[in-house]
Design a protein around this ligand. Structure first.
Ligand SMILES: [Zn+2]
Length: 63
């Protein structure tokens, strides 16, 4: 059983973490991308093996 990875729907990088709201509380339904600063409740979920198959890179986006 493999753990699925949440990836950013914007930059497609596995750099999502749970967002913390302004009062410092963890917002379990919100995710923040440490790469592109995306914040939202949407995310993509993939298998770790798909990370390689889809050739998702950890490199910085040129965007
Ligand atoms: Zn992102």
């Amino acid at each position: 059983m493999m753990t699925r990875i949440k990836i950013c729907p914007k930059c497609k990088k596995p750099t999502l973490k749970n967002a913390v709201n302004v009062s410092g509380w963890l917002a379990p339904d919100l995710y923040e991308c440490t790469n592109c600063r995306y914040i939202g409740s949407l995310f993509l979920e993939i298998d770790p093996k798909d990370l390689k198959e889809k050739n998702i890179s950890f490199e910085e986006s040129s965007d």
